[in-house]
Design a protein around this ligand. Structure first.
Ligand code: SF4
Ligand code: SF4
Length: 364
């Protein structure tokens, strides 16, 4: 601590320093406009909507399937859609562990595991591409913040400290799930998944949404309202699945890269980024929050200033991202189907026995 009489050379005002320094000269860079119109967002929205529709269809079909068994076969029948297992991330993680450690494909709910593999691959290769291009929750979240922007003219950012703290929540949730799955031996996972709870965990998940209850309704309403005001509230702060995809994306060979020589520093990219990344101040985006949505690239007015690129600065166009994600999804799905590992084959009698009592089963 300095005393009243101490002398600080930094505080001495010299005649030179007292003279007002001239303002820094900002060299305005010449804008070389992009020639071609960017179509990445049309393509991405088409993917999002198709995948959302697919999930709605799977949900309806699964509901009809469950009702058939709940009513003792008196209502309409639908085949169980294996795609519903995409909504069972913990069972999928368990099955993936069984596959990795035992080398054998699990018999129960294998589709969820194959979907997890496809989504992890898409996120690794295309920068969390599952979140930005496919996830139905992400799509709904995106339309909610767009609605908020349309209604209030803007979205809101949480204070930086709260934002950083809250972003950690999804990793904590992921850590808990990974710990729970990681600490279970393969035999215990098999016993769990083949037990009554494991067989009807998809039905329990459906029932959770069907019979939400007051607390569930309040929590859902809070999430919806928060998503209207804050961009991607659920994805940014709470989604453990997104956290896992983000970790996969950290090893991605692709990055959004900015060429400072061609960039005119307009900051449109940073303003457009739904993940609030400072794109206009970075050379390469390495963040686990980048969803590969290409919104930043779409708004950039300068030719070649911003692009998704592979090592050695090869530009990766949006159609290649779309083709890659579709190829991975259809490839993994096709492999699972052709190898006979897509459907869970259980006799109807098992479903007649278990589905009406799904909510009675608990796990230890
Ligand atoms: S940096 Fe670009 S690609 Fe990544 S999230 Fe932001 S807008 Fe999307
Ligand atoms: S949008 Fe971003 S990368 Fe493109 S010119 Fe403006 S600041 Fe530079």
């Amino acid at each position: 601590m300095g005393s009243a009489g101490s002398w600080d050379p930094a505080q001495v005002v010299t005649p030179m320093a007292a003279t007002a320094a001239p303002p820094p000269i900002r060299i305005r860079k010449k804008l070389v406009k992009r020639a071609a119109k960017d179509r990445s967002q049309t393509l991405r929205r088409a993917f999002q909507l198709v995948f959302l529709a697919l999930n709605v269809w799977v949900g309806i079909e699964f509901y009809v399937f469950v009702r058939y068994y709940e009513t003792g076969g008196r209502s309409a029948y639908a085949v169980r859609p294996p795609g519903v297992e995409g909504w069972l991330p913990i069972a999928s993680l368990m099955n993936l562990k069984v596959l990795l450690l035992s080398g054998s494909v699990p018999a129960l709910h294998p589709a969820g595991m194959f979907l997890l593999i496809a989504f992890l691959a898409a996120s690794w290769l295309f920068r969390k591409g599952f979140c930005g291009w496919l996830c139905p929750a992400g799509t709904v979240s995106e339309y909610l913040w767009r609605l908020g922007r349309l209604t209030f003219g803007r979205n809101f950012h949480l204070p930086r400290a709260a934002d950083i703290a809250l972003r950690g929540v999804k990793y904590i949730l992921l850590g808990l799930f990974v710990y729970a799955v990681g600490s279970m031996p393969v035999a215990a996972i098999r016993a769990f998944l083949l037990g009554p709870y494991g067989v009807v965990d998809d039905v329990k998940m459906l029932n959770f949404f069907r019979f939400l209850g007051l607390t569930g309704c309040i929590v859902t309403a809070i999430l919806v309202i928060a998503s209207v005001f804050v961009q991607n509230f659920w994805c940014r702060y709470l989604c453990p699945y997104g956290a896992l995809m983000g970790l996969a994306a950290l090893a991605s060979p692709l990055r959004i890269r900015r060429d400072p020589g061609l960039c005119i520093d307009c900051a449109k990219c940073a303003k457009a980024c739904p993940s609030a990344l400072p794109v206009s101040r970075l050379i390469a985006i390495r963040s686990a929050e980048c969803t590969g949505c290409l919104e930043c690239v779409a708004v950039c007015p300068a030719a070649g200033a911003l692009c998704l690129s592979a090592p050695r600065a090869r530009r990766v166009p949006a159609w290649a991202v779309a083709a890659g994600i579709a190829g991975l999804f259809l490839g993994v799905y096709g492999y699972a189907r052709l190898s006979g590992h897509w459907h869970t084959n259980l006799p109807s009698s098992t479903y007649f026995d278990l589905i009406p009592h799904a909510n009675e089963f608990t796990h230890l």
